[in-house]
Design a protein around this ligand. Structure first.
Ligand code: C2O
Ligand code: CU
Ligand code: CU
Length: 492
């Protein structure tokens, strides 16, 4: 059975149909904003006191904008899941699967052992319950959770099986950071989707979509089409999560308002970094502060996808499949609502701890090459060439072993396209990107890094993972991951 037939044959969340181009205007004119819906936050699920987390994967109808209902999937609701607030300490989760195919819940960004990681070796069959008893022990950060069934991750995440996690330590007030969920502390899940002429969300990847990763022509924020965020006239925190299957965002504001980058994947930077552009590839998170104390409105915009490939060759092909590929587009307008209370008026100057220097203890150096083999013809390359170090993913094969407590240098390189490279169960530091110091968004503790050429990572292996429940490392373009750009490792 070819891949397309396989996708189309799954009943629960098969999403078929053509694409329809919604207009995305780069404008932040205020009158136009009045017609837009206010950005909503995912419901908050604070488990920091109880230490008990209940999630149910389910399907249900979702309406995007004024389109017809789509059968989508989510946790505890029909699309996406609640924002889970947790703190360090014991956490017992109960995950029930009411979807009629196996799903899993991978805690992307939680440092937990392989047994609790929720990757492809921990599927939850339809009607079954998974009960991982975890112990959370890590820096405050924005993480996320999503399904991770091999060859089904792309379609299932696209259908909605993902949500956000805030790991908190209760000290953000001392840090002088905004903490009012949905007021001055906004969780923003960026996704792009295709819709048919009735406004139903569709997923029907062709070969080009597998090759580049599936991108949509409509930006969906927290599951909403064309929303506007309203914020108080002070400092506002955006927790940005790229939950798209494949799109890389190159974010900036349309009024040149600076972004103050305060946290990357694994937690706070030592101090805010003032930047004008923020590149966020699938799987990455970044927290930024924006200053609205002088009022005004801004629109978060993205430049075209930086993923042009070698010599722009992939880019030229991709233009046919992705109308947003080579131009800038609006992501989220933000307006000030004077009736909302402004609590924070200044950007803090100190945040997290300085990063330890991991280089003295490096135990091993490995080369990881993210391959899209094009050697034996384009067709084969597209459908069969996705691999790491020449080997497509094999759930029966352990690709490497790391010693628990060790640090390794991984030199990760990309061919054809740039790839967001993610490692489960670890935090790493990006020490070099193409021989230079890393971009701001690659500094601090990371678990996913956009590799465009060659990146050098120092990876710290603290969590155990067995042969039976190994950790994954993979490209976070979900179509690439499903097609085989993934490997697995044990830590002991
Ligand atoms: Cu966010 Cu292995 O995934
Ligand atoms: Cu992960
Ligand atoms: Cu990739």
């Amino acid at each position: 059975m070819n891949r397309r037939a396989f996708l189309a044959s799954s009943a629960a969340i098969a999403l078929a149909g053509g694409a329809y181009l919604y207009s995305q205007q780069r404008t932040s004119a205020v009158p136009e904003m009045a017609s837009r819906p206010r950005l909503k936050m995912p419901p908050l699920l604070d488990v920091s006191e109880t230490g008990r987390l209940d999630l149910t994967a389910q399907t249900g109808p979702t309406r995007f904008g004024d389109g017809a209902e789509t059968n989508t999937a989510g946790f505890n609701q029909s699309y996406l899941g609640p924002t889970i607030v947790m703190k360090n300490g014991p956490l017992s989760a109960r995950v029930e699967n009411q979807v009629n195919e196996a799903v899993s819940v991978h805690w992307h960004g939680l440092l937990v052992p392989g047994d609790h990681d929720g990757g492809p070796h921990l599927p939850i069959a339809p009607g079954r319950i998974w009960n991982p008893d975890m112990d959370i022990k890590q820096q405050p950060s924005t993480a996320w959770y999503h399904t991770h069934i091999h060859e089904r991750t792309a379609v299932q995440v696209y259908a909605g099986l993902a949500g956000i996690i805030h790991v908190c330590d209760g000290r953000d007030d001392d840090r002088g950071l905004p903490t009012d969920y949905g007021i001055d502390d906004l969780t923003i899940v960026l996704q792009d989707r295709r819709f048919d002429q009735n406004g139903r969300m569709t997923y029907d990847p062709g070969m080009m979509d597998i090759m580049h990763g599936f991108t949509g022509d409509t930006i969906v924020v927290n599951g909403q089409v064309r929303p506007v965020a309203a914020v108080p006239g002070g400092i506002v925190r955006l927790r940005l999560v790229n939950g798209s299957n494949a799109r890389v965002y190159d974010l900036s504001t349309d009024d040149e308002r600076p972004l103050h980058l305060i946290a990357n994947d694994g937690g706070f930077l030592p101090a805010p970094l003032t930047i004008n552009r923020l590149r966020l590839s699938p799987g990455e998170r970044a927290e930024v502060l924006l200053d609205f104390s002088k009022g005004g409105h801004t629109t978060l915009v993205s430049a075209g996808d930086p993923n042009q490939g070698v010599g722009g060759m992939m880019g030229r092909m991709r233009r046919f499949a992705d109308p947003l590929f080579d131009r800038s587009f609006a992501v989220l307008p933000i307006i000030v609502d004077e009736t909302m209370p402004a609590r924070i008026s200044k950007i803090p100057d100190k945040l997290g701890e300085t990063l330890p220097d991991l280089s003295p203890g490096v135990a091993a150096t490995r080369r990881i090459s993210l391959d899209m083999g094009m050697g034996s013809g384009m067709m084969r390359g597209m459908m069969g060439g996705f691999a790491i170090n020449g080997r497509p993913f094999d759930p029966e094969r352990i690709d490497l072993k790391a010693e628990r407590g060790s640090v390794e240098r991984w030199i990760v390189s990309s061919t054809m396209l740039a790839h967001p490279f993610h490692i489960h169960g670890v935090n790493f530091q990006v020490v070099r990107e193409n021989g230079r110091a890393p971009r701001p968004e690659s500094t601090g503790w990371k678990d996913t890094a956009f590799v465009d050429g060659e990146s050098e990572l120092l990876v710290s292996f603290d969590q155990p993972a067995s042969r039976e429940k190994p950790f994954m490392y993979h490209c976070h373009i979900l179509e690439h991951e499903d097609a085989g750009m993934m490997g697995q490792f044990v830590v002991s």
